[in-house]
Design a binder for this molecule. Sequence first.
Ligand code: SF4
Length: 351
Amino acid sequence: MTTTIESDSDLGADPYSRPNARFREDGVLEIRASAVGDCRRALWYAATGHPATNPPSESALTTMETGTALEPVVLRAMERAGWEIHPADRKNPQLVSVAIGPAALISGHPDATGVMPIFGGEAVIEVKTRNPDAFKRWQMLGAERSHPNAVAQAAVYTLGAFGEMRDAVIACMDTGSRTWDYEVIPAERLTTALRDASKRLGQLAAHHALIGPDPDSLPDRDFTAESWQCRSCPFLATCQPEAAAQPSDIEEDGREVKEVNDDDARRAVSDYLSAQDAVRGPELAKRAALDTLRAWMTGQESGKAEIDGHTVSLVQSRRYTVDHRKLNALLDPETRAEIVTENLSEYVRVS
Ligand code: SF4
């Protein structure tokens, strides 16, 4: 594996605007670091110039642009918290690359490098923004489980920028509360992520070496039509026309979407509000009575008292918190997966 640092002058006015994969003039297959986990067939479509049949929706574009616009905000917040930050020059960012074999490479622009307060050396900082649920998931599960591609991306930037693997930082902002947090990924885990990515993309490089840049000789599909990866793929109609013709009934997390029309939803809101009105009065009375009893119990010697044949108890509950940042730094992803498990529950709120 070799590294190169290049200028990005051949990329035109916006160095961030380039396909996820392309063939350079010297015939080398170049894959964007941010697309390191993408489907290999989709990368092949991009590199061989297939037109996008399913471009991102307007709302997906807005989400992406919001994330990009917030990156400097996250870096400035880190600076205020004592980090020494060296942000990328967005008009002329440093292009770094890691070769995977003689005819393919992964390249990209690190968001920033920086130094953590008090201790630490210069490290790559990869900035992400996430909605509140995804942010919580990232904190709880750690980057390798929730955003494995971001870890591989940080590994490319680290090796490309420093010529050696070092610890890297993934900083993430919750777009709801605008709070931010970070996770340090140790160098050895970055090495593992980069090795896995290189193995996967190395097969695409081998396909290229064997076939050449032939748009019609396609590598195997990495995902199935039901997956969110295919549902958000810009080449869905080319790759799987039948699936493209079907309305999507799969959410990004794989859940099925039940068909409900507007009238059903309106009726449900009305039913919910009627039921809520019916219970609101008794609930308020109950809460007022419990507040009175709690005030009375705090003056009692015991945590239990008898009133009119009923036992009234003052119940205390204790909460424990886990420092997920420390936990994630200490444990490898496999061990964390045994300790921090994920369960999905859902409910509807009407306000
Ligand atoms: S539709 Fe799915 S399998 Fe086909 S290229 Fe896109 S992600 Fe890959």
